[in-house]
Design a protein around this ligand. Sequence first.
Ligand code: HEC
Ligand code: HEC
Length: 387
Amino acid sequence: MGGFAISLLVGWCVPAGAEPAHRAATGIDDLAPAETRAVLALGPWPVPVPPDPGNRVSGHPQAIELGRQLFRDPRMSPVAYIACVTCHQPDRAFTDIKARAHGLADLPRNTPTLANLRLQRWYGWGGGSDSLWMASIKPILDAREFDGNAQLVRRLFVREPALAACYRQVFGVSPLRGDAQRTVLDVGKALAAFVETLTTGRTPFDEFRDALARGDASAAAAYPPRALRGLKLFVGSAGCVACHVGANFSDGEFHPGVAMGGAMGGVAREAAGDRGRLDDAHALRASGFNLLGAGNDDASRRNAAATRRLVPHEGLRGRYRTPSLRNAAVTAPYFHDGRSDRLLDAVQHTQRVTLDEAADLAAFVATLTDAHGARRPWDSSGLQRCP
Ligand code: HEC
Ligand code: HEC
């Protein structure tokens, strides 16, 4: 950790004038026109997103409130101590500090943060889900996570009449009536409505980017010189924007993961049986909870086009979705298998750079951290705003 912390301090605290003249990068005048264009394309932030057409309760305040309650409730698991918050912890940027998740058993993958997910279209490292509600149902049914089932989901509402009343208000039917699978589906929709609200705020980088858009040199000058050097590498010779592109720093697509080699790999260290996008594309196509199934609330099925076109093939083996880099500085360990503890190492996964350049890249990524950092706002109060 030492190298990273020290380099960051240097980047943030030493005035530009104190740096060696040949390395100084002082502000917007230092950016070539092509660099300026590339930087502007990394914003603006935040990005407005419409409600999810596949989830009829997306954006509904009462569904969000029901989802917030369900997110922290451990009673859908038979052991009654596993909840979403067990792994997606609000005071750790909705991740945990483990390399790989552990619920009732070990999982092969790192727990990702849950921020800004409406900007993605595939969910999970390998895109095993094509909607947020599918990704929210999965852990409830997975034996390694909640090990829940439809009966346990219903039992929660039997025990908690206020939650059942809230569910009725949101979905228009009792959670205890009709097909129990439908209750599970709707629980996923309420959870997804809540997860959609988890977004990150503006960051020092966004201030710099907007100052650049306005041509405001004095506002741009507040941006740390080391981060600016990292940014120039990021949009330039280091090639990061080939994948970490747009305002969310992710193309949402699947690329060879760290176990495949590249700068971090060397010897392939594929976590036992994890074939990334290849396995997850198969699982997605086979699942009854995908957008091609009856759970999709978009009658036009336009939102299912990518799932319909998806054909699992060998070329998808070992690929993972490009993670967003917003708040990445506070979500170590890194990568799908959590192999890397330090941002200083993680920024070099496609290309080895000098230690100085790695520190510049890490300083840049650190300016993608919002005011809340790891400790996301979290309302832990009991059920509200539902009848
Ligand atoms: C045992 C730890 C654990 C628990 C409990 C857990 N998750 Fe996760 N979550 C993970 C891991 C690991 C992944 C990555 C899964 C993958 O790559 O297939 C993930 C992925 C996700 C994603 C996709 C994120 C992305 O970047 O695409 C969502 C959404 C999500 N979880 C929501 C939930 C909800 C809602 C709950 C509660 C019902 C929950 N999780 C419970 C560990 C957990
Ligand atoms: C070819 C596409 C591609 C390029 C180019 C690329 N990345 Fe990535 N990045 C990914 C993918 C995919 C992952 C996840 C890999 C895995 O988990 O196995 C990732 C992961 C990361 C992570 C870890 C994030 C986390 O939450 O775990 C960081 C940090 C990162 N990249 C920074 C960079 C930087 C800095 C550059 C430029 C030097 C760069 N990346 C270039 C696709 C890319």
